[in-house]
Design a protein around this ligand. Structure first.
Ligand code: PMP
Ligand code: GLN
Length: 381
């Protein structure tokens, strides 16, 4: 590998999905549903592509989608976003994150990031010239406190990146944790990038609180969303950046040189979905919660110990507590090769002092797939 690429390894999601494809394994690794997604939204995308939504849409996104996004967050999270000056449509949350780091990180800036860390953050921060400062979270609670964050702050700290709900932990940040982070951002004059792609996927009656809604955060938070996660259409790559006008100005400048825009038929179809949600935003998490419970119950029956999951598509297994004494990566490689089931070793989402005891499983799957996965995991053990 050329040294220039040293900070850009192949992501664990591609590695494990590649193995699953090659070996014909059940894929409980990378997070995507095996359900085709809401039919009316897919039909709308097909209709729009056949009826003229095929040329460059406006750089910041179709007005109808930006209006729908602002209205959606008003309805669901009480946010008051001006669609003209505070909403940018991107090609997935991944592009939103890239644009945010390119716009906001100057060479030498320090960026506080929590481990386990979503795979895209560190390579993007480093390519922008930033220096990640890692706060290590660990199971079973994955919580932080003031001392853990303050230990990573310096004069050079510019940004904090929070993912809430947290992939891969499946946790939803508590009100206290959010308040603490907001306080620190205000005290130190930091900008927060809050990756909230899982905001609609929360269970057990919990509600999502956007970091942007906390005192002092409205002007200093960049909120990242993903239609792929909202509608279970993960391949669509339609994302959103929401921020105060002064920040949005810079974010949209970065966005214009990354992708400039996002396929117009997909934007129009997402606008349609947001404007006509019906029961989707209650039915989708309810169905996923049922799948979570099915996977958890099946694994427990087989003697695995699972951690609580309050959001995302993911359930974590505590391997040593389940009698698996191999490190997570060794077990996951053996499970895919010998038992035909792919999972994500959570150690891959740490850069320093990895937690090597946790295996992440995606439960956004049909019952038959989950049941077969449980049986195969039991065989691997
Ligand atoms: N952030 C997190 C925490 C995610 O889990 C994902 C998708 N798995 C993304 C960002 C990327 O979202 P998108 O597919 O919209 O680019
Ligand atoms: N977000 C997905 C996951 O956590 C993966 C997305 C990707 O492959 N980059 O499984």
């Amino acid at each position: 590998v050329h040294p220039v690429f040293a900070h850009m390894p192949t992501t664990v999601f591609e590695e494990m999905s590649g193995l699953a494809r090659e070996l014909g394994a059940i894929n409980l690794g990378q997070g995507f549903p095996d359900d085709p997604g809401p039919e009316a939204i897919r039909a709308k995308a097909a209709d729009l592509v056949l009826n003229g939504y095929n040329q460059y849409p406006p750089m910041a996104g179709l007005p109808e989608l930006r209006q729908a996004v602002a209205a959606h967050y008003q309805r669901t999270q009480g946010l008051d976003l001006d669609w003209r000056s505070e909403v940018t449509v991107t090609s997935g949350a991944t592009e939103a994150l890239a644009a945010a780091f390119l716009a906001l990180v100057e060479p030498g800036d320090e960026v506080v990031v929590f481990q386990p860390v979503y795979d895209a953050y560190l390579p993007l921060i480093r390519r922008a010239g930033g220096v990640p400062k890692l706060v290590r979270l660990s199971p079973p609670h994955w919580r932080f406190d003031r001392a853990m964050i303050e230990a990573q702050l310096s004069e050079k700290t510019r940004l904090v990146v929070l993912n809430n709900p947290l992939n891969p932990a499946g946790t939803v940040a508590s009100a206290e944790d959010l308040a603490l982070l907001a306080q620190i951002c205000v005290e130190r004059d930091l900008i927060a990038i809050c990756d909230e792609v899982w905001e609609q996927v929360v269970f057990d009656g919990l509600t999502h609180t956007p970091l942007m809604a906390l005192p002092g955060m409205r002007e200093r938070t960049v909120k990242v969303g993903s239609a792929g996660k909202m509608f279970g259409l993960t391949g669509w790559k339609v994302g959103f950046l929401m921020a105060a006008p002064a920040l949005t100005h810079g974010l949209s400048r970065a966005h214009q040189f990354l992708t400039f825009t996002t396929p117009p038929n997909l934007q129009g179809a997402v606008a349609y979905g947001l404007d006509n949600p019906g029961q989707w935003f209650s039915a989708m998490p309810r169905d996923l919660q049922r799948s979570r419970d099915r996977l958890a119950a099946g694994l427990t029956r087989e003697g695995f110990v699972v951690l609580p999951s309050s959001g995302t598509y993911f359930l974590n297994v505590d391997l040593p507590a389940s009698g698996v004494m191999e490190p997570d990566r060794a077990f996951c490689l053996r499970a895919v090769k010998e038992a035909g089931v792919a999972a994500i070793p959570v150690s891959a989402l740490y850069e320093e002092e990895p937690v090597t005891t946790i295996m992440r499983l995606c439960f956004a799957k049909r019952d038959e797939t989950l049941d077969a996965g449980i049986e195969r995991l039991a065989r691997a053990r």
